[in-house]
Design a protein around this ligand. Sequence first.
Ligand SMILES: [Mg+2]
Length: 246
Amino acid sequence: MTQLGLPEEILACLFDLDGVVTKTAAVHAAAWKATFDAFLREREGEQFRPFDAVTDYDEYVDGLPRPDGVRTFLASRGIELPEGEPGDPPDAPTVHGVGNRKNDLLLATIRTGGVEAYEGTLRYIEAVRAHGLRTAVVSSSANCRDVLRAIGAEDLFDVRIDGVVAAERHLPGKPHPDTFLAAAHDLGTDAAHCAVFEDALAGMDAGRSGRFGYVVGVDRAGQRDALYAHGAHRVVDDLAELGGQA
Ligand SMILES: [Mg+2]
């Protein structure tokens, strides 16, 4: 292991955004809950079973592209909606409509509440770069660039593969490994020489199926065992635990 807590062969580090670099997981979970609860209440009346911002979030939506999150959670309740179009209004009873309702709520929260970064992660990325490793941010979020700008972290990454780039290149999102593989490719290396840093179970699955050299689970939600079960080589509460501090 190196001073960065990584195997010697690792040449590049691929970081998830929400929940690893920024404290936006709770903001996403709250926006999903408000969206799904309003949807379910409209459909099933006051007897509806609310979206659980911990268990439903972890199991069905965390880390997935927005339409996949809508589809997967609603399927867990036996509900199937027409896909609709990306430009559907937020009250349309379609996969895209529900997703747009969630995104409107999220953007409003980001604009009013600001975005906070995990200091331990920022310091670790700086250390990684100081040791000559290359870095990428790999996020399902279509708002990745705005969020990076909001925390002044645009320059910390050599490559950005986010929801916008994934749509342009037709890359399937997590749990598929394609967005991480695209980041490795753009950094001029391959999966065996990359470490993946993720807080979502879907991200662990992507790390395992893509055969990445090292997969670090970041436990923000008390799900250490589940992160290991989904393929983490190591689980930490904060990236500062890996070392790299001068
Ligand atoms: Mg995440």
